[in-house]
Ligand binder design. Structure first.
Ligand code: B12
Length: 276
């Protein structure tokens, strides 16, 4: 379906930021909650910069769904120029768009190639936002090693957590995807971070977090790090069961949790030093 849709749009020979409305027109009505700009005909051209904020965000959800990287870049820039905070662009336009993609992927309407295109488009938007989120001039709070666990190649959420943590003042060492226990341990040894972060998006890969934590315990190193875990299929109960310090449902919660746990650790160290 989507390749046909893309072909139709491409045949319109549009410059970036001007697209035919064929995509929504064709896909609308059988989706997992996708909205449409409604009043436009299938043949009407859309100039992104002429849409109001609400329409533009809806259009970006559509464009992300259709994997239109350049349109996502264009939309991201327009929202920023209109004074949107990078965080709002990220959550309201990009993350929400990916949530919709996730629903149709789950329901068998979208398949891996289309989701890959959507992920590429999302990453293009994130690349624009990254420097804005990262360079906040926040004082250094600590450091974090983060990676997606072995067997898992999902990295959008992990990247987002890394960006937000950097923006909050943490140094972030990103180990990438498909990270095995040896790689985690080597990075912990080398960088001696305050926090270890692990991401998993598959029910089949999330148990690997316990492998890493159990290895830390076996080596007597577990208490050297704050361990944060996250990813769509996880929950608080799972975080506790594998022995993490906290499960975080999103990047904003990750930042707050990291700040709290770092402060608590410093307080404990301070108290120990006073009583010694
Ligand atoms: C994009 C995507 C892909 C892309 C990934 C591209 C990429 N570069 O990441 C591609 C197409 C490659 C892909 C492949 C597959 N996918 Co996929 N994918 C998705 C999708 C649609 C979106 C994930 C995403 O990026 N979400 C957006 C981000 C922002 O959200 P997030 O990842 O949850 O991250 C946030 C929080 O979870 C948290 N967080 C995340 N990590 C961390 C880490 C720490 C330390 C902390 C504190 C917090 C935290 O903060 C993040 C930011 O707010 C999900 C659907 C879903 N509902 O999640 C399916 C999904 C995860 N995929 C799924 C499946 C089945 C697969 C495949 C097996 C499909 C296949 N047949 O090949 C393969 C697996 C390949 C592999 N070995 O890993 C299933 C998993 C089902 C399950 N229960 O296990 C899902 C749920 C879709 C579905 N069926 O419903 N996928």
């Amino acid at each position: 379906m989507v390749p046909l849709v893309l072909a139709l749009c491409e045949s319109a020979g549009k410059p970036v930021g001007v697209k035919r409305f064929c995509v929504s027109g064709i896909l609308n009505g059988r989706d997992g909650g996708r909205k449409d700009l409604g009043t436009m005909s299938d043949e009407e051209e859309i100039i992104l910069s002429e849409l109001n904020d609400e329409e533009l965000v809806l259009q970006m959800h559509d464009d992300l769904y259709d994997g239109l990287k350049e349109e996502i870049e264009e939309g991201t820039n327009i929202l920023l120029e209109r004074g949107w905070t990078p965080y709002d662009v990220l959550t309201k336009a990009l993350v929400e768009g990916m949530r919709i993609v996730g629903i149709d992927f789950r329901d068998g309407i979208l398949f891996v190639p289309e989701v890959l295109l959507a992920a590429n488009a999302m990453k293009a938007g994130m690349a624009i936002l990254r420097p804005l989120l990262v360079e906040t001039g926040a004082p250094k709070l600590g450091s974090m090693v983060i990676g997606t666990v072995k067997g898992d190649i999902h990295d959008i959420g992990k990247n987002l957590v890394g960006m937000m943590m950097e923006g909050a003042g943490f140094d972030v060492i990103d180990l990438g995807i498909n990270t095995d226990v040896d790689k985690y341990l080597a990075a912990l040894e080398e960088h001696k971070p305050d926090i270890l972060g692990m991401s998993a998006l598959l029910t089949t890969t999330m148990p690997y977090m316990k492998v890493v934590i159990d290895t830390l315990i076996a080596q007597g190193k577990r208490d050297d790090y704050i361990v944060l875990v996250g990813g769509a299929p996880l929950n608080e109960e799972f975080g506790k069961a594998v022995g993490a310090d906290a499960y975080c449902r999103d990047a904003a919660v990750a930042v707050e949790t990291a700040k709290n746990l770092i402060a608590r650790k410093h307080n404990q160290l301070g108290a120990r030093a006073t009583t010694a």
